[in-house]
Design a protein around this ligand. Structure first.
Ligand SMILES: [Zn+2]
Length: 71
């Protein structure tokens, strides 16, 4: 599923079709609204600070200082 790569990957060079900044390492993606949607999946950044959705290639990036903010 995931492409093999370096143990500490950097941000891929290609342009993601869409990016979203989030406050948690684990995010859920369902591709958005409408025909572009896909089954909801949970993505874990696993300390990398970002993760790309394998379905729609949307990139989720962890906000700096995430976890310390108020609600
Ligand atoms: Zn997605």
């Amino acid at each position: 599923m995931a492409t093999a790569g370096a143990p500490t990957p950097e941000l891929p060079g290609h342009d993601a079709p869409e990016t979203a900044y989030v406050d948690e390492e684990i995010v859920a993606c369902d591709g958005g609204i409408g025909a572009l949607g896909h089954p909801r999946v949970f993505l874990n950044m696993e300390g990398k600070g970002f993760v790309d959705c394998p379905y729609c290639d949307k990139r989720f990036i962890l906000n700096e200082g995430a976890g310390g903010g108020g609600h």
